[in-house]
Design a protein around this ligand. Structure first.
Ligand SMILES: C[S@@+](CC[C@H](N)C(=O)[O-])C[C@H]1O[C@@H](n2cnc3c(N)ncnc32)[C@H](O)[C@@H]1O
Length: 298
């Protein structure tokens, strides 16, 4: 193994080394790194190699596969995942939740056809903007006094972003997409040494439970019977085979009249005949209308 003083240049990654990382990352996380991502991989791993005093990518690869605790693999996956997100991302999907799905759940509960309980999974939650947006949206429609029990499972493969999600603290400028009345009600504004930061308040934290979960694993430790799954802007990093595999496992966890939300670039058209689309990138299981009757967005 070649060790390195802090300012020594790294050896460029060879095609063989890149392929080894490519295969490992695909096998472990389902993420397909196209050959054009070589520069990205090198850039993302350079600091880790330097921190470990390594000069060659081959040495780092051996370190990852030789670490039986799996800790270095977690660090590798942390480094290569792309975590871009924002509050109320793809707002039309939140409109659909609020204008079509919540009233449907409400009506069915009033008719005694469902419990006053909602469970939603944010399956690649990044730094938390998605599950906290869901919590704000749900709490606004099903406030504590309504008697509804609200649960949001939030998970991601990256421990780095999960920690940020759990902290629930963001730069104030991340609030731009949060409707003003929700911002006022659910977020705290930092003062003094916390100036310029905002923090999730207790009410909006309460329904959310965080855990690390790899969507590429064979099974998910998530209780079935979910009312909705948000799995947005993560399947784009997977190839067709892993994508189909993940979607089928997600569908198995939905209630018969549950909803699957994907990112807008992640259409299932022609890929999965178990679902039908009810709005852009929103799907339900076929043959389980649940009395919806094709509502449209206002
Ligand atoms: C671009 S972010 C999307 C965040 C959020 N869902 C949204 O739409 O704004 C993609 C997230 O997927 C996570 N991810 C990538 N591969 C994953 C896997 N195999 N299992 C679980 N999460 C994964 C990344 O760590 C990252 O936080």
């Amino acid at each position: 193994m070649t060790s390195l003083s802090p300012l020594t240049a790294l050896d460029p990654i060879s095609d063989r080394e890149f392929r080894a990382f490519q295969e490992l990352i695909y096998r472990e996380a389902g993420i397909h790194l196209a050959p054009v991502k070589k520069v990205l991989l090198t850039g993302r791993l350079a600091k880790r190699l330097r921190d470990l005093g390594l000069q060659r990518f081959q040495d780092y690869f051996e370190r990852v596969v030789g670490d039986t605790s799996g800790a270095e693999l977690v660090i590798l996956l942390d480094a290569i995942t792309t975590n871009e997100t924002q509050f109320f991302r793809e707002p039309r999907q939140f409109d659909y939740l609020e204008q079509v799905i919540y009233p449907e759940w409400q009506r069915r509960a009033e008719e005694g056809r469902r419990q006053r309980a909602v469970r939603i999974w944010s399956a690649a939650c990044s730094s938390g903007e998605e599950p906290y947006s869901l919590a704000m949206s749900l709490l606004q429609h099903f406030p504590a006094e309504s008697g509804w029990n609200l649960e949001i499972e939030a998970s991601d493969i990256s421990t780095r972003v999960l920690k940020r999600a759990q902290d629930g603290v963001w730069a104030m400028n991340r609030s731009a997409h949060i409707p003003a009345h929700l911002l006022k009600r659910f977020m705290l504004r930092g003062t003094g040494s916390q100036e310029g930061l905002m923090k999730a308040g207790a009410e909006v934290r309460r329904p959310i439970r965080f855990s690390r979960l790899n969507l590429n694993d064979d099974s998910y430790p998530v209780r079935p019977g979910l009312d909705a799954i948000f799995c947005r802007n993560v399947l784009i990093y997977f190839d067709q085979a892993s994508r189909a595999h993940v979607v089928n496992r997600l569908l198995d966890l939905l209630t018969p009249d549950g909803y699957l939300f994907l990112g807008h670039a992640e259409s299932l058209t022609g890929m999965n005949d178990r679902v039908r689309s009810v709005a852009p990138a929103i799907y339900t299981l076929r043959g389980a209308d649940g009395g919806r009757g094709g509502e449209r967005l206002r």
